[in-house]
Ligand binder design. Structure first.
Ligand SMILES: Nc1ncnc2c1ncn2[C@@H]1O[C@H](COP(=O)(O)OP(=O)(O)OP(=O)(O)O)[C@@H](O)[C@H]1O
Ligand SMILES: [Mg+2]
Length: 288
């Protein structure tokens, strides 16, 4: 339960959020693990940042550091140090390629995998404090329907879900959509279909998923955001601990993520969430 004091804090955070109207908060999530979320976040952040936008990436797969390793960064501190009160968010932000800012998650810390309400509030307050001046804040969440995942998704303006052609990836993403709708009142989802051979294949996968959600969750709206081809440049870049878009700027996979980045930059926040009741952080707190 949220206490009276906590509720006041939440309201303050929500109203601060309303002021920072240009900031877009995205959560990138999936039902099944290993479908490419962290690679998408790292490269989307890199390519958005190259267009002179300020991006803060939050490794929200807490307790399992991911994105720092993917980018060959070696942070000294992590979100656990903020939650223990030893550091502020500002103290632990590190810089990645193209000057992206990154909040590391901290590896091997089981206590972070299920944050309690107090810790969630503390983290959001801290993020709220540093969010001024950023154009995009991107949460790279874990996979599945754990409370951390649903929490970060509910806290964002936009939920970007990643799926591949694998049947388990599609059934699991449907389960996540259903949980976010039923338990957290989230109705709007944007889909990225990863590791396909062509856009045609991605659209077919999307249409099949949309047919199921239209039938069983008629109040939910899912939108096709884009596709990413399967490309060996991804695994090569992962092995070199670099963003593929940095070292393979002409690879097909980079062109796909570039399209997504351009689309995100071209949109105004009002276009993407004018119908949504979720103002910065608010739904995370009303969804309990
Ligand atoms: N478009 C792609 N083409 C080829 N391989 C890919 C592609 N996208 C992802 N992969 C492969 O999938 C692996 C997992 O990617 P990534 O770590 O980004 O997934 P994730 O969804 O963040 O995983 P987790 O759920 O564990 O956080 C990569 O190391 C890479 O080998
Ligand atoms: Mg990941």
């Amino acid at each position: 339960m949220v206490s009276g004091n906590q509720a006041t804090t939440l309201k303050n955070i929500a109203s601060n959020g309303m002021k920072s109207s240009s900031l877009r908060v995205l959560a990138v999530s999936s039902g099944k693990g290993g479908v490419g979320k962290t690679n998408i976040v790292a490269n989307l952040a890199y390519l958005i940042s190259k267009q002179n936008k300020k991006v803060l990436v939050v490794d929200a797969d807490l307790g399992l550091n991911n994105i720092d390793i993917l980018l060959g960064l070696y942070p000294k501190f992590h979100i656990g140090d903020v939650l223990s009160g030893e550091k502020t968010v500002q103290d632990i932000i590190i810089k990645g390629p193209a000057d992206i800012s990154l909040l590391p998650a901290g590896g091997g810390l089981q206590e972070l995998t299920q944050l309690d309400d107090e810790k969630k509030i503390l983290l959001m307050e801290e993020l709220d404090r540093v969010s001024d001046g950023y154009d995009f804040l991107i949460f790279d969440t874990g996979a599945g329907i754990s409370t951390n995942v649903t929490y970060f998704c509910s806290a964002a303006h936009e939920i970007l879900l990643v799926a591949t052609a694998e049947p388990t990836s599609l059934t699991d993403v449907y389960a996540l959509i259903k949980t976010l709708y039923i338990k957290h009142s989230q109705k709007y989802f944007r889909m990225i279909i990863n590791s396909v051979d062509s856009e045609r294949e991605a659209q077919l996968i999307f249409r099949n998923l949309a047919a199921v959600t239209d039938r069983f969750l008629p109040n939910v709206s899912i939108e096709y955001l884009g596709y990413i081809v399967s490309d060996s440049s991804v695994t090569k870049a992962v092995r070199q601990q670099k963003a593929f878009s940095e070292i393979y700027p002409y690879a097909k996979v980079t062109q796909c993520v570039k399209k997504l980045a351009q689309k995100m930059i071209a949109e105004k926040r009002s276009e993407v969430d004018e119908e949504q009741p979720s103002l910065f952080w608010r739904t995370a707190f009303t969804a309990r």
